[in-house]
Every structure is written in structure tokens, then in C-alpha cells.
Design a protein around this ligand. Structure first.
Ligand code: HEC
Length: 507
């Protein structure tokens, strides 16, 4: 039967599901936003860094150019006086044929002058410095000192984002190495070719880049928010749609269930009420055959025979239907079983037939620990034996009952060596009113195996049949070792059925 589910519980289940999807969606949007913001910010720094490299490289090129020319001569002015640090150079000061005074300036000085006088054009100031200074004006600051020490350990570049006088900047510093040209003036300081002579640093203000970044971040916030809202809207829409659909389906299911319940009650009451008239017809027909047989003509006798036979069949069918119903309806009484006793009870019931047909009976010697409903298990064994006797044909010479124990269950089988069962038949042999159609002569109701399946199912067990298609067939059912999980009642019958129907002994 379906779990009772109300509109309210459907609403809450769907609401919970939609809310968790919305939460996941929000989380994803946040991750995407964070990722994109981080990428954008990294781009800002990358751009500033690139600018810093360009500036340094250009300075460096200028510096190399000056070094290649062993410094450059410039006219002596108020700002450009002969450099005391170059006094060792013989031709530091020269006079042109027209009498103009020229003095040599070294690359570092040249660049410092460029920076100081045209720094505004550069927007950024480069700074040449060293741990071992020629000119005290070139003194490194704290950040540069740290970088210079790092160059000594082989580092090729130092970069960081810091603040200078409250402004955010990207600082980049690269080492400058001593080459042969440098030694002319720095050789006396003890430098050799390849040594780190010092470093050049630049600081690029980030403000301009940040302004661009802000713009694209704003666009990003807007698109992400829209996307997020759009997703939420879609989720809300899906929620309302599926709520409506679910509730409709629930209503359909409820009507369907109500209808099938009505049909069931009708069928059960018909089966129950049919019993008495059928028994009466059978009894009366039998009486007619016994007492009035002589008075009937041939046709009448033939009809009488047929009525007796058909009413017997009808009575058996009604019985079986009632058993089937009671199998569904009755609660199980779980107890420790004497399996051998059950086998013997069934054997006794069929003793006459077994003897007459010379059928050998085999049963397990000892089985302990089966916990199940005694009446149900007896019925299963009885139905399987009855099935074998009815459908296995003339060749049947042996019925074997076995019981195999596993850690979690018992597997019980009732096998015979009679007619095999086709693969097709094996598949739906346990379905109600499906008989093994090969044998039309045999009378049966088609409910015996369905009852077996029902009862095994109530015990939490399976049923199946095996046949190699050549000889015989074996029917199996399993019982959980722990017994059924709970006492199951599939169907509570209508009140007028009189509650518990005791299972009939004979079929
Ligand atoms: C023509 C002489 C001359 C040449 C060639 C020369 N320098 Fe200098 N350099 C100087 C003088 C003089 C100073 C200090 C004066 C100043 O900064 O005004 C100086 C300063 C420096 C500084 C700044 C730190 C400090 O000690 O004050 C560095 C670094 C430096 N030079 C590296 C080099 C390198 C590397 C080369 C070769 C590529 C080189 N120089 C070539 C004369 C020279």
C-alpha cells in the first residue's frame, strides 16, 4: 500500500528540496564571483608589474648605452659640476676647441638626473642603489635593502604590493650585474665581472589601474547578481510547478487507491458469500447423482456428472480464493518450528495418493532454528507438494524436501522428478491464476503458488523455481533466520468478513 502522504508533507518535501538547490546555487554564484574578482584583481597587479618591468628595462638600456660609451660628456653647468667620484679618470674634464667646458658623467648619475628632472613624465621614479655605495644619495630604503640581500642569494626579481606615503604601489626591483665596462669606475670597490653591483627599483602607483578594475568589478557584480536572481526565480518557478503536479498526482493516486480498495472489498465479499451456494450446489448435485441417478436418462446423467464435477472445481476455487485472502489478511504467529513434524503432517495428508502412485518421499532428517508461522509454512509445503502431485505427470516417482541453512536464512526446496517446466513458464508461474498450461486435463485453481509466494513474502522470503528443462523441477523459498521483521498484515478485510478466517485444512 502507498505511504499516506498529505498535501502538506509534499509541500514541505518540495520546499526543502528547492531551498537546498537554492542554497547550492547561491554558493556556486558566490564561488564564481569570488573567483572572477580574484582574477580581476590579479590582472590589475599583472598589468602594473608589466609596466614596472618595461620601465626598468628601458632605464637599464639607457644605462648600458652610457656604460658602453664609458660615460658621457656634458657641458658643466650649475647643476652638473665635475663629479668628485670620477676624479681618478684622467680626462674627466675637457675643453672643446671653442672653449666650452665638458665633464664626464657616469651612467648612474645620468639616470638620476633624468629621473629628478623629468620624473613627472615617467609618472614613476626609478631608483638605482647598492649595498656598497659610491654615492650616499643612492642609499637603499628598508624594502630595497631586503631585496638587495635576496639578490645576493641568486634571486632575479623581487615584487610586492605595498604603500608608499599612503599610496598603493607595485614595487619591482631587479639586480644589476657588473660587467667589464663597469669595472673601469667600480673595479676599485672590489667588484668582479658577474657580481651583483646593486639593483634598480621602480614603484608603479596602482590608483589608475584600480579605477579600471573598479569599473569592471561593478559590471561583474551586476551580472553575477542578475544571474543569481534569475536562478532563484527559475528554482521558485520549478517549485510551484512541481508542487502543483505532485498534488494532482497525489489526488489521482488517492482516487485510484480508493477505487482499488472498493474493488478488493467487493471481490473478497463475493468470494466469501459464494462459498455457501457453491457447497449447496455441489451437495445437491451429489445427492441427485446418488439418489435419483436411475431416474435420469443418458443426457440427464451426463449433465448431472458435469454439474458435480464443475461444482467441485468451483468449490475448490472459492476455497483457494478465501485462503489467498486470509494469507494476506492474517497476522503471523512466529514460533520455533518443528520442521519435520510439518513435513510429516503433509505426508500423512497425501499418504494414500503417494502409496497408490508409488511415489518415494524424502525429507530432511533434522532442522533446527526455523522461526516462522507454523500454519503458513505447513500451507507452503502442502501447496508445493500438491502442485507436484497435480502437475508433474505420470513419471513422478520421487518428491524431495530439503532445507539448507545459511548464516542469514534457510532455503527450503520441494523437488520432484516428474515433468520439467519450460523456462517461459518458470518466469510467471507464481502469478495468480497462471497455471502451467501444458496440462489442460489437470484440475487446479492457479492460486496455490500465488499463496506460496504471498506467505513466503510475509516472512521476508523469496520464491523461485528451477528446472533444467529435461527432468523434474524444484521449487524454492527462503525464510530469514531472524524471522520476519514485524508482524505483517497486508490487508485488513471488511468487517462483514468476520475478521480472522481460520485456514482450511483441506483444499
Ligand atoms: C664612468 C664611470 C662609471 C661607470 C662606467 C659605471 N659607473 Fe656606476 N657609478 C659611478 C659613479 C661615479 C657612481 C656614484 C655617483 C652617483 O650616483 O652620482 C656610480 C653609481 C652606481 C650605482 C649606485 C650605487 C652607488 O654605489 O652609489 C650603481 C648600482 C652602479 N653605479 C652600477 C654600475 C654598473 C652595473 C655599471 C656597469 C654596467 C656602472 N655602474 C658603470 C661611476 C660609473
Amino acid at each position: 500500500m502507498m505511504q499516506p502522504q498529505s498535501d502538506v508533507s509534499v509541500f514541505f518535501i518540495l520546499l526543502r528540496r528547492s531551498l537546498s538547490i537554492a542554497l547550492i546555487w547561491t554558493f556556486l554564484c558566490f564561488i564564481a564571483a569570488f573567483w572572477n574578482i580574484a582574477t580581476e584583481q590579479k590582472k590589475t597587479i599583472d598589468l602594473a608589474q608589466r609596466e614596472a618591468r618595461t620601465v626598468i628595462d628601458k632605464d637599464q638600456a639607457l644605462r648600458f648605452w652610457a656604460t658602453d660609451h664609458h660615460g658621457v660628456y656634458v657641458p658643466v653647468t650649475k647643476d652638473t659640476q665635475p663629479n668628485d667620484n670620477l676624479r681618478h679618470i684622467p680626462e674627466r674634464d675637457i675643453t672643446t676647441p671653442s672653449g666650452m667646458q665638458l665633464t664626464l658623467i657616469n651612467p648612474a648619475t645620468m639616470l638620476r638626473q633624468v629621473m629628478n628632472q623629468y620624473g613627472d613624465m615617467y609618472r614613476t621614479k626609478g631608483h638605482i642603489t647598492s649595498l656598497k655605495l659610491v654615492n650616499h644619495l643612492n642609499k637603499p630604503d628598508e624594502w630595497e635593502t631586503k631585496a638587495l640581500y635576496e639578490f645576493e642569494t641568486g634571486k632575479e626579481e623581487v615584487m610586492s604590493v605595498t604603500r608608499i606615503e599612503g599610496n598603493e604601489v607595485v614595487r619591482l626591483m631587479k639586480p644589476i650585474y657588473t660587467n667589464a665596462g663597469c669595472l673601469e669606475c667600480h673595479g676599485s670597490q672590489g667588484y668582479k665581472e658577474g657580481d651583483v653591483r646593486g639593483g634598480v627599483s621602480v614603484s608603479i602607483p596602482l590608483a589608475g589601474y584600480r579605477a579600471i578594475e573598479k569599473k569592471s568589478l561593478r559590471a561583474m557584480y551586476i551580472t553575477h547578481s542578475f544571474l543569481w536572481l534569475f536562478g532563484l526565480l527559475a528554482i521558485a518557478l520549478i517549485f510551484t510547478r512541481s508542487k502543483k503536479r505532485r498534488i494532482e498526482r497525489l489526488d489521482d493516486l488517492q482516487t485510484l487507491e480508493e477505487q482499488s480498495e472498493k474493488i478488493k472489498i467487493f471481490a473478497y465479499s463475493v468470494a466469501h458469500d459464494l462459498k455457501n451456494p457453491v457447497v449447496a450446489i455441489h451437495g445437491l448435485a451429489s445427492l441427485l447423482r446418488k439418489k435419483q441417478f436411475d431416474k435420469l436418462d443418458d443426457k440427464g446423467r451426463q449433465y448431472c456428472e458435469q454439474i458435480v464435477k464443475s461444482s467441485a472445481q468451483l468449490s475448490a476455487l472459492v476455497d483457494q480464493i478465501n485462503i489467498f485472502i486470509s494469507a494476506k489478511e492474517q497476522p503471523l504467529t512466529i514460533e520455533l518450528l518443528d520442521f519435520q513434524e510439518i513435513c510429516n503432517t503433509v505426508k500423512e495428508e497425501y499418504a494414500a495418493q503417494l502409496q497408490a502412485r508409488h511415489i518415494e518421499w524424502r525429507e530432511p532428517t533434522r532442522v533446527d532454528g526455523i522461526r516462522a508461522d507454523r500454519i503458513a509454512i505447513t500451507r507452503i509445503i502442502r501447496n508445493l507438494v500438491d502442485n507436484a502431485l497435480k502437475y508433474s505427470g505420470e513419471n513422478l516417482s520421487r518428491i524431495t524436501i530439503t532445507c539448507e541453512e545459511a548464516t542469514d536464512r534457510f532455503t527450503i526446496s520441494v523437488a520432484n522428478d516428474g515433468n520439467p517446466i519450460s523456462r517461459e513458464a518458470c518466469r510467471n508461474i507464481f502469478v495468480r491464476f497462471k497455471r502451467n498450461c501444458d496440462d489442460r486435463k489437470v484440475q487446479g485453481t492457479g492460486l496455490g503458488l500465488a499463496i506460496v509466494k504471498e506467505l513466503a513474502g510475509l516472512h521476508g522470503g523469496d520464491v523461485w523455481v528451477e528446472s533444467d528443462g529435461r527432468e523434474g523441477a524444484a521449487f524454492f523459498f527462503t525464510l530469514a533466520r531472524t524471522g520476519p521483521a514485524e508482524t505483517k498484515t497486508r490487508f485488513s478485510g471488511p468487517a462483514f468478513m468476520g475478521g480472522r478466517t481460520p485456514p482450511q485444512k483441506s483444499e
